[in-house]
Design a protein around this ligand. Structure first.
Ligand code: BES
Ligand code: MN
Ligand code: ZN
Length: 503
């Protein structure tokens, strides 16, 4: 899909589909009223007949409306005037793009950014329009031998007030880059584990870097990890015949002396649980256990497309977690890159094992801050459901900035405690710590485990087990939290210019 912005013309534009909002009780937003006049009151007549949609989620497609040069006119319900909040606007957009996708229109002009959304400006509305378009029109058909019919819609033009045009262009470019990142993350996560292997992820990383002088990609293989002493990461990989990779992407968008932001993404391309084997039901969904990696790749792609004035380092530990004669066993003790030892009481708590070594390794880049993203615990889904990602941090200004980015992008996070009290649950009789902390507060003890490897870093952890994919009829990847992280990085460019996060 291609997006553009244009300033609202004074008369109805020539288009194959013009999209207008309509409030409940026949109230017409200014742009809709203008078109109504051009049609000599055609829309008012429809209102009189009681056929105009006003309620949220309703739409009406009209053809060959007299007096305007538009093939189609799509009217979408915007609910009562003055009551359009974030969620309602999202619903309206979803309904709009569903209707457009179901029509034969190849191109549309949307006059929706003038609708009043409580507390939101035009830049935000443009961002949402592009986000919801991506969400609604996305298809993953590449593994079907006969691709189902695609929506005809190819181009969408967003109409804005003339004085907002240049700001709108800038926010459109950011929104489109973010949508590309989301799409990449969804594609990678939807691919099955027999295709999307650690090597496949490495190739994808190289693809992102291609033709871009400010990006370098390399990877540590098993031998390199051994040499470094990444005993925890290796213990997860040792049960698989598919070699692991620690993928490293560096993007230099700022002066060399500016400390980078490090992003670490869990890339378990399939999590069977290992010797602590998972039950069979829905085990296929564990191909999504690399959504942290997909998020980091998507966010990097977006940042590179926007050429953000930041330095970034992405670290992606990629491996399978399988049972095998050589797999690690419950009770095994491994030495991590940090030197701390871990008793593996459950081989299914593998995410924290690959992340702890990656987080220790991240410190070598002397980052300003580190954010890890991982489908880490089922307990996080029990605690928070599918709406927010779980956020944990040892640095309150970083937590605040991430929460803010989530609230802006509507890809929200919710902060969970990381108190010392929880550390007691990780006690081991045989090593420095165990890799599980019992039934209580499972998402928190997983984060508490990671915190032992980030004591000298400004660090945040996003548990995305509930947000990165959907189960059931709509099974598939969501691309979350690419919007949150991309927004965070965009906002961070300003912070990097003005000083550090703490000020
Ligand atoms: N990848 C899973 C987390 C997960 C489970 C995400 C279910 C989404 C749905 C992770 O590696 C895992 O297996 N975690 C265990 C930890 C437990 C053994 C302490 C879990 O959550 O059950
Ligand atoms: Mn697991
Ligand atoms: Zn896992």
């Amino acid at each position: 899909m291609e997006f553009s912005v244009k300033s609202c013309p004074s008369a109805a534009p020539r288009t194959s589909c013009l999209v207008l909002g309509v409030h409940e009780n026949g109230k017409l937003p200014a742009a809709t009223a203008t078109i109504d006049q051009a049609t000599d009151g055609y829309l008012r007549k429809i209102i009189k007949n009681g056929d105009l949609p006003g309620q949220l989620g309703q739409s009406l497609m009209l053809h060959a409306v007299p007096g305007i040069p538009c093939q189609r006119l799509l009217l979408v319900g915007a609910g009562p005037e003055g009551a359009l909040n974030d969620r309602a606007f999202g619903k309206l957009l979803q309904c709009t793009f569903k209707a457009l996708a179901g029509s034969g229109a190849r191109e549309a002009m949307l006059q929706l950014s003038e609708l009043d959304v409580t507390g939101r400006d035009t830049a935000w509305k443009i961002n949402q329009i592009v986000t919801v378009a991506q969400q609604t029109l996305y298809r993953f058909d590449r593994l079907k031998s006969k691709a189902p019919k695609q929506p005809s819609l190819r181009r969408a033009c967003l109409l804005v007030a003339r004085k907002e045009l240049s700001a709108a262009k800038k926010s459109l470019a950011q929104a489109v880059a973010t949508a590309h990142g989301v799409e990449l993350a969804r594609d990678l996560a939807n691919l099955p584990a027999n295709i999307c292997t650690p090597n496949y992820l490495l190739k994808e990383a190289r693809k992102i870097a291609r033709g871009n002088k400010s990006v370098t990609v390399r990877a540590l293989n098993e031998a390199a990890m051994k040499k470094l002493g990444m005993g925890a990461l290796l213990s997860v990989a040792q049960g698989s015949r598919t070699p692991p990779q620690l993928i490293i992407i560096q993007y230099k968008g700022a002066k060399a002396r500016q400390k980078p932001v490090a992003l670490v993404g869990k890339g378990v391309t399939f999590d069977s649980g290992g010797i602590s084997l998972k039950p069979g039901a829905a085990m296929d969904e564990m191909k999504f256990d690399m959504c942290g990696a997909a998020t980091v790749l998507g966010t990097m792609a977006a940042a590179i497309e926007m050429q953000l004035p930041l330095n970034l380092v992405a670290l992606i530990p990629a491996t399978e977690n399988l049972p095998d004669g050589n797999a690690s066993k419950p009770g095994d003790v491994v030495t991590t890159l940090s030197g701390q030892t871990v008793e593996i009481l459950n081989t299914d708590a593998e995410g924290r094992l690959i992340l702890c070594d990656s987080l220790s390794y991240a410190a070598r880049f002397k980052p300003e801050l580190v954010i890890d993203v991982a489908t880490l615990t089922g307990a996080c889904v029990v605690a928070l459901g599918a709406h927010p990602s779980g956020l944990f941090s040892n640095h309150p200004p970083l937590a605040t900035a991430l929460l803010k980015a989530g609230n802006y992008s509507l890809d929200r996070a919710w902060e969970m405690p990381l108190w010392d009290e929880y550390q007691d649950q990780l006690k081991s009789n045989f090593a420095d710590m165990a890799n599980i902390g019992g039934r209580h507060g499972g998402a928190i003890t997983a984060a508490a485990f990671l915190s032992r490897f980030t004591t000298d870093q400004h660090w945040a952890h996003l548990d995305i087990a509930g947000t990165a994919w959907k189960s059931g009829a709509e099974k598939g990847a969501t691309g979350r939290p690419v919007p949150l992280l991309t927004r965070f990085l965009l906002a961070h460019c300003q912070v990097a210019k003005d000083g550090s996060l703490d000020q």
